[in-house]
Write a protein that binds this ligand. Structure first.
Ligand code: ZN
Length: 88
């Protein structure tokens, strides 16, 4: 961080989050908090059923993410053992 810190509200994140979320999800790189594996999302192990998906690390099998679809159609993303998700 630079010496100059600007305090703004969360609306300031709209642009960068829209850019991040428009990326091809299979190419996002996900880092495991447990073993440090840093693999493309397309290479993780996914267990899924009607309620959602459990995303596991291919290296150590720890749960990285849980993705759930609500009855109302919303989507919830729970960060479990995921240290980072990166685009680019
Ligand atoms: Zn791992």
């Amino acid at each position: 961080m630079s010496a100059h810190v600007e305090h703004v509200d969360g609306n300031a994140l709209a642009g960068i989050l829209a850019e991040f979320m428009s990326a091809d999800a299979s190419t996002l790189r996900i880092t495991c908090r447990h073993c440090g594996a840093h693999d493309p999302m397309g290479e993780v192990v996914v267990e899924r059923d009607d309620a959602g998906s459990i995303v596991r690390c291919r290296g150590c099998s720890h749960t990285l993410l849980v993705i759930l679809r609500d009855a109302g159609g919303g989507i919830r993303l729970r960060f479990e053992g995921c240290a980072e998700i990166a685009s680019g």
